[in-house]
Design a protein around this ligand. Structure first.
Ligand code: ADP
Ligand code: MG
Length: 339
């Protein structure tokens, strides 16, 4: 007999889950992205104990049809793409069809969902990725997913989680980025039964910034709104009074998705050169709109990093947008002294 074993589906799912679900914050991100993709205008997020004991995301989106419930929790099952062509024009946040399968593989899940064509809701419980109970229930339109006991069946991963307050900080960062990139959605974020923040969903990014970062930031913002050859850049940047000692006040969204990208960060920071003190960083919330065919979001399983087909061009365009906005606002006329 040979030495090579074929792994069971259960085990394959647990291993694969590790790529998508690293910590409670990953679950929060995936669930909210699903709510956004479902067209929700109101999303409520409740966590307890840094998300380790409980995460609940409720939305008023389109809900999941009864026939789709089982498929929703299967790996590589998605309603968002059909074939290879769709890969290059993705407009939804999800498309890999992995999140719910991964979450269900490593935690206990309760789903309540109702579409507007159904008179009643459906409640389902899952353990080890399998539906253990399904019943009809009363519900409003939309979906509520409750996650309990993350990694209860993967003790090695549970051990690697940080303290509840550290895990909560990761979740808060995700919540802030999602609220900042979706001012048209009302987010209610509750931790340990206390409201952390509530955004109104009135569509104003500036108001979301006020709610998250307060009046001083709000009072020192410069609006950015310009279009170059390949990108349109919209958002807010801090003026030179808003020096920050770290990069926690920098958010970049490309076509609505929060990303990290060194080229964009460098372009913005370069535009501020000599305006800020040494070792200080600018504050910015920037939405970049670009033809999806010029980016590849598929480079990372959690899609946190993206690649542009022409990074240098992006650098130049972002740099000049920011420079122009800064000059417009912070320009102090200098007069030539006649002699
Ligand atoms: P993906 O988002 O990549 O499609 P997921 O595993 O996150 O994969 O979700 C699987 C499917 O379940 C989605 O394609 C969608 O059809 C459905 N779904 C998940 N969450 C929601 C929700 N909150 N509202 C409506 N449908 C949902
Ligand atoms: Mg998803």
């Amino acid at each position: 007999m040979g030495d090579i074993n074929i792994l069971s589906n259960d085990l394959i799912n647990k291993i694969a889950a590790g790529e998508v679900i690293e910590r409670p914050a990953s679950i929060v991100k995936e669930l909210i992205e699903n709510s956004i993709d479902a067209g929700a205008s109101e999303i409520i997020v409740e966590i307890e104990n840094g998300g380790i004991s409980l995460i609940r995301v409720s939305d008023n989106g389109k809900g999941i049809k009864e026939d789709d419930i089982e498929k929703a929790f299967m790996r590589h099952a998605t309603s968002k793409i059909k074939d290879e062509h769709d890969l290059f024009k993705i407009t939804s946040l999800g498309f890999r069809g992995e999140a719910l399968a991964s979450i269900a593989a490593v935690s206990k899940v309760e789903l309540i969902t109702k579409t507007n064509i159904s008179d009643f809701g459906i409640k389902a419980y899952l353990e080890n990725g399998k539906i253990v109970l399904k019943e009809y229930c009363g519900s409003t339109d939309g979906t509520t997913i409750t996650i309990k006991d993350i990694f209860y069946n993967v003790p090695a991963r549970l051990k690697f989680l940080k303290s509840p307050s550290r895990e909560q900080a990761y979740i808060t960062e995700i919540m802030q980025n999602l609220a900042l990139s979706h001012p048209q959605i009302s987010f209610k974020y509750i931790a340990n039964k206390k409201n952390v923040f509530i955004t109104t969903g009135d569509g104003s990014l500036k108001n979301v910034i006020y709610i998250i970062w307060g009046k001083n930031v709000f009072d020192n913002l410069i609006e950015v709104n310009s279009t170059k050859e390949t990108i349109t850049l919209k958002g807010f940047i801090g003026n030179s009074k808003l020096e920050k000692s770290n990069r926690n006040y920098q958010s970049i969204f490309v076509n609505g998705r929060h990303v990290r990208n060194k080229t964009i960060t460098a372009a913005v920071e370069n535009a501020y050169k000599s305006m800020l003190s040494i070792n200080k960083f600018p504050l910015f919330v920037l939405n970049i709109f670009i033809n999806p065919e010029l980016i590849d979001v598929n480079v990372h399983p959690t899609k946190a990093e993206i690649k542009f087909s022409d990074e240098q061009k992006i650098f130049k365009e972002v740099y000049s947008c920011i420079k122009e906005s800064l000059l417009k606002k912070d320009f102090i006329p200098s007069y030539k002294i006649e002699d």
